[in-house]
Design a protein around this ligand. Structure first.
Ligand SMILES: [Zn+2]
Length: 198
């Protein structure tokens, strides 16, 4: 069962950038708290990301969907596009278009279901904070089943960041798994009666 209102509120759903303009970071950085970015990533080096087609040595580019800019090996938000940059689809928008996530977070248990709005607010804050500096890190969709939420992401870092945030906030461990030979991460977090039955 999908919850349209939930997805509408929290999916990445970026508006298309206007022709001739470059969109500034559409994710406001309102979250104030401990910075756990990247340094708590203990995952082994993943297999090659098939969506990272751009080599670090490639020239500048601008995503015609979200407005993210590419230059000197990285994607970033900017008011001004690199001069002469061609327009193309960035890896995050390509994954959204293909409906091909790089990560997923399963949030289950009675506690999560009873505190849905609070938990989704935490999830959304994680995205805002992370996407501000890392434009390729976004939530693709949030759906809800009878006993869990499923959140999909455009990169493999955001699920771990959300999993760590849930652990800190609610004192329950997440389980991180990395299917071998795939550029993909799966995080499962649960707290409550039904978590003990998983
Ligand atoms: Zn894009």
């Amino acid at each position: 069962m999908r919850l349209p209102a939930c997805g509408a509120n929290f999916s990445s759903g970026l508006p298309a950038a206007k022709e001739g303009s470059v969109k500034k970071n559409p994710f406001s950085k309102q979250y104030i708290g401990e910075d756990t970015r990247r340094r708590d990533l203990v995952a082994p080096e993943r297999e090659h990301d098939p969506y990272k087609a751009r080599a670090k040595s490639a020239g500048p580019a601008v995503c015609h969907q979200c407005g993210a800019c590419f230059n000197a090996g990285r994607w970033f938000w900017s008011e001004e596009a690199p001069s002469g940059a061609p327009r193309e689809l960035c890896p995050a928008c390509q994954r959204v278009s293909d409906q091909f996530p790089a990560g997923e977070i399963h949030i289950g248990g009675d506690f999560a279901l009873a505190h849905r709005e609070e938990i989704l607010s935490l999830v959304h804050n994680c995205q805002r904070r992370e996407s501000g500096d890392h434009p390729m890190s976004r939530i693709m969709a949030i759906s809800a089943g009878d006993d869990e939420f499923l959140i999909t992401t455009t990169d493999i870092h955001l699920p771990r960041i959300i999993g760590n945030a849930l652990e800190r906030a609610y004192k329950a461990q997440a389980v991180f798994s990395y299917p071998p030979e795939e550029h993909f991460v799966r995080v499962k977090w649960a707290r409550g009666y039904s978590a003990n039955q998983a």
